[in-house]
Unconditional design. Structure first.
Length: 376
């Protein structure tokens, strides 16, 4: 009996000491402002004040900061995911843990707005009618809608088919480029999406390039001529950051390296080509394309004089498609409405693009609150 009481006392004392040491270290160690693993800024402790106490912001700051600054946070997150995974959980932090190491973003119909999606399609169609040039809408399918066999049992996702059907019915002037059939043919032969990230791979982007060329009666350059090379073997994407696990294997990151010489400007500031090689040393390795997402990127193909200009209105999925398109145009303009607030009409009037490609992952397009800018 005394031995049990002594064991309980030792366990209680050790627990209290452990928590006390962790609590002291929260304030003693330097605070981290950014988490590479989670790809987000962390909450830091703010100076105490009476006003912050009265409006309860101080209490919230203490709670959030203690969570973000806890010693060994990244390691504890891995332990938590591993424990839940072992217990049979497959829906962790908004992510489905699928078969063969695949992570899937948990996107439900309730996350999407039917009215917003219809409005965005209407804006798109109005844009095509106003400017008259060739307008192509390429809605990229979500990973879970293509790789259904890798989803965990009873996983629920939004109804993608209905979104494509609405687009087909609503778009008349704009061309709808549905790449799902070509993707479904290739699922058994190659990796179309990163396992740990929501983005498509460079091979999937090439398939989209092929489909885009076919739609416009152009001849696609064979993939081999782009000389794809594996530039990193340790890519862990954003979905992994939400549910890190000890057993997860990293993705391979390939880039098409044989591309024309370019003159690139990002938000009107000169950049060193379309690849930011320094990003390969960071957690956000997909940021190797241009260094991330920006409001306006202009690419001039220095070896082309065909005078053709392409406007791409896009989300981050378009970044990995651009290398394949460079050879076909003298100028490519990229606009991301999340960061672009100038009148698009002025840019179009100045550059006179021959074609417009609107490329979004389809659930992103359905949720986009900035797409109205296409008519500004």
């Amino acid at each position: 009996m005394n031995q049990k009481k002594a064991s309980a006392t030792i366990f209680f004392t050790a627990t209290v000491l452990f928590l006390a040491v962790c609590g002291i270290l929260l304030f003693a160690l330097p605070q981290r402002t950014y988490s590479e693993n989670e790809n987000r800024y962390l909450t830091t402790f703010q100076p105490l004040s009476i006003s912050a106490f009265l409006d309860t912001s101080m209490q919230k700051n203490l709670t959030d900061s203690a969570d973000d600054q806890f010693i060994g946070r990244d390691l504890w997150m891995k332990f938590a995911t591993a424990l839940q995974h072992t217990a049979g959980f497959r829906d962790i932090g908004g992510v489905y843990l699928g078969k063969d190491g695949y992570y899937f973003e948990r996107i439900l119909d309730s996350h999407l707005s039917a009215s917003r999606y219809q409005n965005n399609l209407r804006y798109l169609e109005q844009f095509a009618n106003i400017y008259g040039s060739t307008v192509t809408f390429l809605p990229v399918p979500s990973k879970g809608t293509i790789l259904k066999e890798y989803l965990p049992l009873n996983a629920v996702l939004y109804h993608a088919d209905s979104l494509y059907e609405q687009a087909a019915m609503q778009l008349k002037k704009a061309d709808l480029l549905d790449i799902r059939p070509s993707f479904l043919k290739e699922t058994d032969h190659c990796q179309l999406y990163f396992k740990t990230d929501h983005h498509w791979t460079t091979y999937a982007a090439y398939l989209a390039y092929e489909a885009f060329c076919l739609l416009h009666n152009d001849t696609a350059i064979p993939l081999s001529q782009f000389s794809p090379e594996c530039v990193r073997k340790d890519f862990y994407g954003t979905l992994y950051s939400k549910a890190p696990d000890f057993c997860t294997q990293p993705d391979l990151l390939y880039l098409p390296c044989a591309i024309p010489e370019t003159d690139v400007s990002i938000n009107k500031k000169k950049s060193e080509g379309i690849y930011d090689w320094g990003k390969l040393q960071s957690k956000d390795k997909y940021g190797v394309y241009f260094g991330g997402n920006f409001g306006q990127i202009t690419i001039h193909n220095e070896s082309s004089s065909n005078g053709k200009a392409l406007l791409i209105i896009k989300d981050s999925f378009a970044n990995s498609l651009v290398p394949y398109l460079i050879d076909s145009y003298e100028t490519i303009l990229l606009v991301d409405f999340r960061y672009y607030n100038k009148p698009l009409s002025r840019l179009i009037e100045k550059t006179q693009p021959d074609e417009t490609l609107i490329l979004y992952e389809i659930s992103n397009f359905a949720q986009d609150t900035n797409f109205f800018k296409i008519l500004k």
